[in-house]
Design a protein around this ligand. Structure first.
Ligand code: MF3
Ligand code: CO
Ligand code: CO
Length: 288
């Protein structure tokens, strides 16, 4: 009998909190229920952009480092340990740890998990896919990136979903230009995804990032016009992080209040970059 195309993940056991050296500055929300209100805007000076790029590079390198360890038999908590160590040894703080009560240093979202999967004792198996999402905070600024990895060999349908989700991110990035509204980004992503009949997740979005983890600026991945009409300006920094599915865009939340799955348990992939708007287009700030 062919393997069920849909996921069947169940929650594992979450391990104890990892330590952060006292010498590493914490973001302001750590130890609070929620972040202090962000009062700044979404545009940055050249000096600030280089700080976001430095944080973004650490996050991107950490994702790559975790990716090297992704093989059948590894647990997502073992992956969390690798990401955590990489970030702290580069004098940065893993932004998710203690963000609104999130307990780990990265998000590990397997198969039907759309986003915000919590690392635990779940063992990855041949044919699974897993998204690793890491945000690093250094020198007062956050950089946020994610990548979907294959565990061993995956089905051709899932392989195409991953390739096309990465292409959807690149098309969203190419749609960015000063003077356009941010809703152009989701229009580019959704029109590409619809060619293949994929679901486009609507309720989890890209966001302004930099001086805060989530600044309040929202970047939808679907065609939201005439809503989300913020005008794109040089110096603006935000993420684009499309989530595409082999089925519905509707979702369910696990009892942990974090793990978001597709409602039909269809497989879902995501890719994310943080970028800055330039006079002519964009510059990606989360390259390794
Ligand atoms: N890095 C995720 C994003 O792309 C946010 C994770 S928040 C967490 O926005 F608390 F779930 F970790
Ligand atoms: Co993000
Ligand atoms: Co992220």
């Amino acid at each position: 009998m062919p393997k069920d195309i849909n996921g069947h993940l169940v929650p594992g056991i979450v391990g104890p909190e990892r330590r952060i050296p006292r010498s590493i500055p914490r973001p302001p929300y750590v130890g609070r229920n929620e972040p202090p209100a962000y009062t700044g805007n979404n545009t940055y000076t050249a000096e600030e952009i280089e700080k976001i790029r430095a944080a973004g590079r650490i996050a991107a390198q950490a994702v790559q480092e975790v990716g090297k360890a992704i093989v059948p038999g590894v647990t997502t908590d073992e992956l969390d340990a690798i990401g955590h160590e990489f970030v702290i040894t580069h004098d940065a703080y893993p932004s998710t740890l203690g963000y609104r009560g999130y307990p780990k240093s990265l998000c590990s979202s397997i198969n039907e998990v759309i986003c915000h999967g919590i690392p635990d004792n779940t063992v990855l198996e041949e044919g699974d896919i897993v998204n690793i999402d890491i945000t690093a905070y250094r020198d007062g600024f956050h950089g946020d990136t994610n990548y979907t990895f294959r565990v061993g060999e995956v089905s051709s349908e899932v392989n195409l979903l991953i390739e096309r989700t990465q292409e959807a991110l690149m098309r969203g990035i190419k749609a960015v230009a000063p003077g356009r509204q941010v809703n152009i980004i989701g229009r580019a992503i959704e029109s590409y995804a619809k060619r293949f009949g994929y679901g486009v997740v609507r309720d989890f979005t890209g966001h302004g990032v930099g001086a805060a983890f989530h600044t309040g600026l929202i970047i939808p991945h679907y065609d939201s016009a005439p809503l989300f009409n913020d005008v794109i300006q040089p110096g603006m920094v935000f993420t684009i992080e499309p989530m595409l599915t082999l089925g519905t865009h509707e979702w369910d939340m696990w009892a942990d209040d974090w793990t978001v799955t597709t409602r039909d348990k269809s497989i879902t992939a995501q890719f994310e970059h943080t970028l800055v708007v330039t006079e002519s287009g964009t510059d990606i700030l989360t390259l390794p």
